[in-house]
Design a protein around this ligand. Structure first.
Ligand SMILES: CC(C)(COP(=O)(O)OP(=O)(O)OC[C@H]1O[C@@H](n2cnc3c(N)ncnc32)[C@H](O)[C@@H]1OP(=O)(O)O)[C@@H](O)C(=O)NCCC(=O)NCCS
Length: 117
């Protein structure tokens, strides 16, 4: 687990348990007021660095198809779409929602820095 600190406050986190041997499943969130300042990129970079150093071959995640901000972050960090779970989840109001499965593979990232900038 990684935490993002802004001042003395915790403003976000990322967790990446190894759900399949060599595969980290990442989840992350930044407090609304702290978004758009590079924190998400920094946390994701830390997870990618951990994947490299721990020998994980893949980082995987699931993201709502309408989460434009998160999809942009993952794509910019080298994640690729591996699948679409169409109408997989039902909301309380009955509407169905879809997700994308995205993944970053260590073999695709040879020589690339985990953290941009
Ligand atoms: C998704 C989330 C983690 C991104 O964190 P963040 O700190 O706001 O992102 P950053 O400031 O590090 O931005 C990194 C990249 O995200 C994308 N991004 C950020 N804000 C964006 C916006 N308003 N619109 C589109 N893309 C955006 C860009 O690609 C950006 O890179 P750039 O600055 O080089 O253009 C954050 O918005 C969040 O916590 N959202 C709610 C929870 C969530 O969706 N978690 C992910 C579930 S899978």
């Amino acid at each position: 687990m990684w935490v993002l600190e802004v001042g003395e406050q915790i403003a976000g986190y990322a967790a990446a348990p190894e759900t399949t041997p060599g595969v980290l499943s990442v989840g992350m969130a930044i407090q609304r007021t702290a978004r758009g300042q590079g924190g998400g990129r920094a946390l994701l970079g830390a997870v990618q660095e951990h994947a490299r150093t721990s020998g994980a071959h893949k980082i995987s995640l699931e993201v709502w198809t309408d989460n434009v901000r998160a999809i942009a972050l993952y794509a910019a960090a080298g994640f690729q779409v591996e699948g679409l779970r169409r109408d997989h989840y039902r909301r309380r109001d009955g509407r169905l929602r879809s997700t994308l499965i995205m993944a970053w593979r260590a073999t695709d990232a040879q020589g690339r820095s985990a953290v941009r900038g």
